[in-house]
Structures are given as C-alpha cells and as structure tokens.
Write a protein that binds this ligand. Structure first.
Ligand SMILES: [Mg+2]
Length: 123
C-alpha cells in the first residue's frame, strides 16, 4: 500500500489525517514541519505528501518549492491541506507545485478521493 507523509505542526490535525488514511489502509509517516518532512523523505520511501501551509521552521510553501527543485523527489504528488482558503493562497500553493489544494476541514471522502486520483495517475 502507498506510504503517505503527513506534515502538520498540529498533533491533533496529524492524528485526524492519519486516522482517515489508515481507514483506507494507507501507510503513514508523520512530520511536524518542513525541515522534519525533508528528513523523513530521505529516510522513507514516500509515495505522496499531505502538507500544511503554516508551520514553524519551514512552512508548506517552502517545503513544496524545495521538493520540486530536487530531482529525486520532484515527482512526488503533493496535497496542500490548510485553513488558508483565499484565492491568493491557492494560487501560491499551485505556483509552488502543489497538485491539489484542500481547505480544512476537508471531508475525509474528498481527501481520500484526491489521494486515490493522484496515486493512480502515477502508475
Ligand atoms: Mg499549521
């Protein structure tokens, strides 16, 4: 089963997302911010990333830009999941390289549908 990296500085949000992912039998890895996410990427074989926007040390946009510049990780699909729902923020997210932009709280069915689509498109 696909392994998904969940990046959010809120442990409550991480738990929530991980429960949704586990209900669909995905494997999960957690990271607390962008710096931690890059470390986990180097350690684990990650198939997809779900990233928050606002985080300390390295935020979601910086993380996505860093990943998109790295030839090893640049093709990994990324879902941005954030409370920031303005058109301006969405535009920034897509410009950074997010494949999907979801606003919290996104329905579990929508999260799983988007992830399924991205993973299938990879095959
Ligand atoms: Mg946050």
């Amino acid at each position: 089963m696909a392994k998904i990296l969940v990046v959010d500085d809120s442990s409550t949000v991480r738990k929530l997302i991980i429960n949704i992912l586990k209900s669909a039998d995905y494997e999960t890895v957690e990271a607390v911010d962008g710096v931690d996410a890059l470390e986990k990427l180097a350690q684990e074989d990650i198939d997809l990333i779900i990233a928050d926007l606002n985080m300390p040390r390295m935020n979601g946009l910086e993380l996505i830009r860093t990943i998109r510049k790295d030839p090893v990780y640049s093709d990994i699909p990324i879902v941005m999941l954030t409370t920031e729902g303005s058109e301006e923020d969405k535009k920034r997210g897509f410009e950074a390289g997010a494949n999907v932009y979801l606003v919290k709280p996104a329905p579990p069915s929508l999260i799983l549908y988007k992830i399924g689509s991205l993973l299938n498109a990879e095959k």
